[in-house]
Design a protein around this ligand. Structure first.
Ligand SMILES: [Zn+2]
Length: 147
């Protein structure tokens, strides 16, 4: 996104700065400041203790601001995934990271958005979205295998 969020890489508007856990935490903290009555305050305890689960837990507790954060975040994640799928059309696309522990709460709306926006909708070959089996260790195990 042009002129978007500042990313840890030094650029602005990287997908990472919206779709990572760090991005989700920033979006959650902003929503908390804008919604002093949100259940996210009780769930996190304080603004510096927000994590990737805070908005999801608030949504499950019926909090509308929490649901808004989750919906927007999933939209950002889906947007990037759809671009990757439309460009590379791989057989499988694995996603990882702690947010994947949300399971179907994350995957079902992601799959629905991908289904709506993929170029290959009329093809018999479709990219399958799955959660990386090695979870958060995938990166470090991959790095060790290269050595
Ligand atoms: Zn970046």
């Amino acid at each position: 996104m042009v002129d978007g969020e500042t990313c840890t890489c030094g650029r602005n508007g990287c997908w990472e700065s919206y779709a990572s856990a760090t991005g989700l935490i920033r979006q959650t903290q902003r929503a908390m400041k804008a919604n002093p009555d949100s259940k996210m305050w009780n769930i996190a305890g304080s603004i510096d203790r927000v994590d990737g689960r805070t908005a999801f837990d608030a949504m499950r507790a019926g909090d509308s601001a929490g649901k808004q954060v989750v919906d927007t975040y999933i939209g950002y994640l889906a947007c990037g995934l759809i671009n990757v799928i439309n460009i590379f059309q791989t057989e499988i696309l694995c996603i990882g990271g702690g947010i994947c522990k949300e399971g179907d709460t994350l995957l079902k709306p992601l799959e629905a958005q991908i289904k709506r926006e993929r170029y290959s909708k009329f093809s018999s070959h479709q990219t399958r979205l799955c959660v990386a089996e090695l979870g958060n260790n995938a990166g470090i195990i991959g790095a060790a295998c290269l050595g």
